[in-house]
Structures are given as structure tokens and as C-alpha cells.
Design a protein around this ligand. Structure first.
Ligand code: MN
Length: 291
């Protein structure tokens, strides 16, 4: 199944060029959740009810072109990031260390935006990069799981852009500005993805193909990453792990369009704006440094 959130607060399943509206199958409480109605489906296990209802073909259908998609998980409980999880990216960044040394970082859940929204560059004079990444959506609570069991805790997969400013700030700061975690457009359930470590990943900025790789090249595979993260923190339903980026990161500018495409998982496209950018030395609190 290919889940989307559309028209502000409707949950749908993409089937070909149509969106099947499955909203009527959800309890009222699903719409009050800050993490969105898909999190209710993940947590309650309602996915099998939805699968059965789709099979009966009695739900409303809309052409995909007539709906506006938004982030499928608008405020995940947490967004866990893998730094330096591809060797070619390690080399382009001249990094001595990889995920195996660095562990993981957190991105603020408030950084999430959806397809068609706009990444806002914070600083006029600091480089901001796109990082196209496979996102893993957790299905069931995972604490200290082994690699062999790790994939059984996955609900599905999506595209994530781990937007990053190259400043002196800490990694979690540099990756947590509002709009720095575009997610979507689709969450594809794990049963449709044979091997999350055999997916083609491509990322364009405007017409330039900047990143072209396979998730085969990850240093920590998806199961190893889940096992490791679950040894640090409990993973909960609806949490997102963004699995790192291959080589080809590069500077974003006002007016750019970023597009990520990952195998059968999803595509995701967002814009870029510098309309609210300020000088790095004009950020609040910097005076303590300069004193
Ligand atoms: Mn990244």
C-alpha cells in the first residue's frame, strides 16, 4: 500500500493515477493527533482493515492530479539521522569518521514539511545542502532488537531530504531549522519493498542530477541501523530514521527545485527560498561570541 495525506487532512492510498480516500475507516481520534492520521493506522494495526476495504473497492476515488499531497507524517515522534553512511559521501566531505564512530543525531520533528512546500534558507552567507535519503518508518516499538529481527519493526519507507547548513553549529542544530526535513510524498508499506538495501536513489536540483546511487552502498544497512539505534533509544511507531546520503550534496539557492526519487518507494519534490535569510552574524545570541 502507498499511503498519502491529502487535502490537508484526508488519508489516502495511491493506486495508479487515483487516490482512494480511506479516511472513513479511521476513528475520530485519528484526526486530533499531532503526528497525523497515518500514525494512528501504524499504531493501531488498522492497516489490514484498510487492505481489506481496498479489496472491496467501495471507497471514494479521486484523480491524483485533483488532490494536494502533504507530509504523510507531519510531526513524527522523532526523526533520527545517520551521519556519513555512504563511503563516497565520506570522501567528498573529507570526513575521518563514519556512522560507526559518530552514532546518530536527531532532527527536530518541527522541521518536517511535505511535497510542494518550500525549504527556507536561514543564512545569507552559509552554504545549505540537499541530502536525498531513504526514510524508514517504524511500525512497532523496538528496543535492543537484533539485525535479524530489525525489518519486522518497519512499517514502510519514504523519501527524506536531510537539509543541512554548513555552519559552526552542532549537527542537530544545522539539520533542525524549520522546513529542513521534507518527507513523502508517499509512505510505501514494507511488504512492497523486497530489499531496502537494493533501491536506486536519485536526486536532482532543477535539471541537474546531483546524486545517483543505490542503497546497497550504505555503510550501516537498514537492519544494522535499526539494531544500533534501538540499542540507544526506544523506537516507537511512526518514528522516522533517515538513513544517510550518497555523494553529490551541493549548494541550494533561492528558487531551486529539489526532487528525490527512490526505487519503488516514492518521489518527493520541494522548492527553496532565501526570502527570510539573515547574515550568520545577525543570528540571535551571537553577541556573546563576539564580546
Ligand atoms: Mn544526511
Amino acid at each position: 500500500m502507498r499511503f498519502v495525506l491529502f487535502d490537508e487532512a484526508r488519508l489516502g492510498c495511491l493506486e495508479g493515477d487515483e487516490v482512494v480516500d480511506v479516511s472513513s475507516l479511521l476513528p475520530d481520534s485519528a484526526w486530533d493527533r499531532r503526528d497525523g492520521p497515518l500514525a494512528e493506522v501504524i499504531e493501531s494495526g488498522a492497516v489490514e482493515t484498510i487492505r481489506a476495504a481496498l479489496g472491496m473497492n467501495a471507497l471514494p476515488r479521486l484523480p491524483r492530479s485533483k488532490v494536494r499531497l502533504s507530509a504523510p507524517l507531519p510531526r513524527p515522534g522523532k526523526v533520527v539521522g545517520a551521519p556519513v553512511n555512504y563511503e563516497d559521501h565520506q570522501h567528498e566531505m573529507n570526513e575521518a569518521l563514519t556512522v560507526a564512530h559518530l552514532g546518530v543525531f536527531l532532527k527536530a520533528p518541527t522541521a518536517v514539511i511535505g511535497p510542494g512546500e518550500t525549504v527556507e534558507l536561514p543564512y545569507l552567507d552559509k552554504r545549505v545542502d540537499q541530502e536525498g535519503e531513504l526514510g524508514v518508518v517504524i511500525g512497532t516499538r523496538a528496543r535492543d532488537v537484533c539485525e535479524a529481527d530489525a525489518l519486522s519493526h518497519v512499517f514502510g519507507y519514504t523519501c527524506v531530504l536531510d537539509i543541512t547548513v554548513r555552519s559552526t553549529e552542532d549537527r542537530s542544530t544545522r539539520k533542525s531549522f524549520d522546513t529542513f526535513a521534507p518527507i513523502g510524498a508517499v509512505v510505501t508499506t514494507a511488504d512492497e519493498i523486497t530489499d531496502p538495501n537494493d533501491l536506486e536513489l536519485r536526486c536532482w536540483v532543477n535539471d541537474e542530477l546531483r546524486q545517483e546511487s543505490s542503497t546497497k552502498a550504505m555503510i550501516y544497512s537498514v537492519p544494522r541501523l535499526i539494531a544500533y539505534v534501538s540499542s540507544v533509544m526506544t523506537l516507537e511507531p511512526g518514528d522516522v530514521i533517515t538513513t544517510g546520503t550518497p555523494a553529490g550534496v551541493g549548494t541550494l539557492q533561492d528558487g531551486d527545485r529539489i526532487r528525490v526519487e527512490i526505487g519503488a518507494v516514492s518521489t518527493l519534490e520541494v522548492g527553496v527560498s532565501a526570502a527570510n535569510a539573515v547574515a550568520y552574524d545577525a543570528r540571535p545570541g551571537v553577541h556573546a561570541l563576539l564580546r
